[in-house]
Ligand binder design. Structure first.
Ligand code: ATP
Length: 241
């Protein structure tokens, strides 16, 4: 059986008076593709930020890639975790090209004082091709559609060559075709790069084919985990949402 790469033990996370996670425990093994689903406010994004070392852990423990994320230097750990956040609103006047946005993903690997070299730019161009965005490489990031921005955000996360990929609603704002394309892309990249992937999503279509396991969250707790076949039933989903 593959090694445990993420181990969350009884995690409690709170934002001032709001308790976002109430004693969450979860073990994830190397190479797993996990879908995280649940209603609004269930704690799904908070779970991702906890793994990324950005959550405010009040109680419990979080171990990622052998590091205790509640202590120690997290910069090195974060460079091994690719994070695609929920799509932010981008000012169309932002003077940064698509290619430069993807290069930002490499800064964690490069360190603050090293400038990107030809090999880094080559890597960025390869990734843009991989996500089908090479034709828009020179365009300002704010001039892209939601779906195009999602693809660029995935390329940026991959530019850091992560071992763990965290995706927060990567298909939000996409039409059906765009959603299917992004899911297929995520599945391919997950396999090719032998990643461990967690994806928060509100869209249940295609999850059975994509995910090894689902984590169902409700009210700041993990309500159930299991295979998509076991959990994607009308009865379970009615109780969840
Ligand atoms: P959604 O599906 O709407 O994105 P979610 O399941 O991802 O929701 P979280 O974003 O993790 O839920 O939020 C969990 C709880 O924590 C919610 O009650 C939310 O209001 C609260 N919360 C999240 N971020 C903050 C914050 N920065 N400050 C205060 N409360 C927060």
């Amino acid at each position: 059986m593959a090694a445990v790469i993420i181990n969350i033990k009884n995690a409690v996370v709170s934002y001032r008076e709001d308790v976002a996670l109430r004693g969450v425990s979860l073990e994830i093994r190397v190479g797993e593709m996990i879908g995280v689903i649940g209603p609004n406010g269930a704690g799904k994004t908070t779970l991702l930020t906890l793994i990324n070392g950005l959550g405010h852990l009040l109680q419990g423990e979080v171990w990622v890639l052998g590091h205790d994320v509640s202590r120690g230097c997290l910069a090195a750990l974060r460079s091994r975790i690719g994070y695609v956040p929920q799509l932010p609103a981008i000012d169309p006047r932002m003077p940064v090209t698509v290619r430069e946005v993807v290069m930002m993903g490499r800064y964690g690997r490069l360190g603050f004082f090293r400038r990107p070299g030809p090999k880094d730019w080559q890597r960025v161009d390869d990734l843009l091709q991989r996500v089908g965005m090479e034709h828009l490489a020179g365009r300002p990031i704010g001039h892209l559609s939601g779906g195009e921005q999602q693809r660029v955000a995935i390329a940026r996360a991959l530019a850091q060559e992560p071992e763990i990929l965290l995706l927060d609603e990567p298909t939000a704002s996409l039409d059906r075709k765009g959603e299917q394309q992004i899911l297929t892309l995520i599945q391919r990249i997950h396999k090719e790069r032998q990643l461990t992937t967690l994806m928060v999503t509100h869209s249940l279509a295609g999850l059975d084919a994509l995910c090894d396991r689902l984590v169902l969250m409700k009210g700041g707790r993990i309500w159930q985990t299991g295979t998509p076949a076991a959990l994607l039933t009308e009865k379970v989903l009615e109780l969840l949402f």
